[in-house]
Design a protein around this ligand. Sequence first.
Ligand code: ATP
Length: 383
Amino acid sequence: MKLDHTNAGLATRKLQGGWTCLFLRKFKHTAHMEEIRAEGVTKRFGNVTALNHVSLEIAPGELFFLLGGSGCGKTTLLRCIAGLETPTEGKVFFGERDVTQLPTHKREAAMVFQSYALWPHMTVGQNIAFGLEERKVPKNEIKRRVDEALAMVKLEGFTKRGIDQMSGGQQQRVSLARALVVRPKCLLLDEPLSNLDAQLRLEMRSEIRRIVKENDLTGVYVTHDQAEALSMADRMAVMDQGVVVQVGPPEEIYRQPISSYVAGFIGETNLIKGTALEGPKVETPTATLVSTSSIEGWSPPPGAPVILSIRPEAIEIVNPAEATLSGKIIERIYLGSIIQYTVELGDGSVMQVTEQNPQIIRSPGEETVGLKISRKDITLLER
Ligand code: ATP
């Protein structure tokens, strides 16, 4: 049974008593949210394998990000989910429905593009109504739903405006409204904020998250921008060469990356090559460091080549006598709330160090500084 979204909201508000409300909320959610599942999806374009046996489960109502370097396959995966590409092998499910061969408009998913893909000669209202007219929805219902969609993106009253009279940010809201007006269960977003300036991007991050959550949508979002992903995602998948290499919530991907690729891709990090000693100890060119394994239960055999990942903000500048490593500051960038130092170690390698709320501004020069890093912040990775 499908419960109308608006009615469900009303019913919830009219009823008194926590238990009944909770039941209705749950009921409302299960009626609208949809799980998205990729099972062994491979996509080949001639001899290029864009996706190589990708399996993913995106929970109902989740805002899920696909991240990775250029050409890793994230857009192809999103397009397979949207029905704009057909997998060479494997299946895509929406809930229990196998949608692999289903055309886009039958999937109850709507896509938002980087380019907005709006018609410049039409008004805001005409752009949003287009999908409903195609579906032969009656005129008075179209009007109601266009107004409803505009309210969701906070553009009430803009129906008659020409697209060319809207700012970049407003155009992106219109493209969101056009996606929402068909009442999709899944919202698929392909770098939706890339064409906006820095300030608007920040504003739209929370707007898109609000829209996904308020409308009980399952969202899949492709981006290059790791800050966007860290700040918005419930969970994310990091991809490399057509393969999903790690899936998890932002804090897990950031704090426990399973490879130097993931560590380097999400946030800044210092990567130090070394050789495994006994237990968690690693010999590096300048010191023996005690590390924490990135994968529970995994430790490399002594003599194995390994890599250590240390985030710049996990390093404290201290007196050399109390330090884990020592070196000389060779560069400083003062940014007000933080200061970034480049420190050269004894073997000529460099470490990036970030200090929050800097009280002392150190100058590049001859003085030796100590770097203190706690063991939990030295992540041991396979090389
Ligand atoms: P970007 O961040 O640069 O957009 P991406 O991670 O989204 O990259 P995809 O666009 O999915 O990567 O492309 C994955 C691989 O598949 C690339 O090598 C790309 O050149 C190739 N590819 C994608 N679409 C096609 C196509 N229609 N025909 C041929 N090759 C394609």
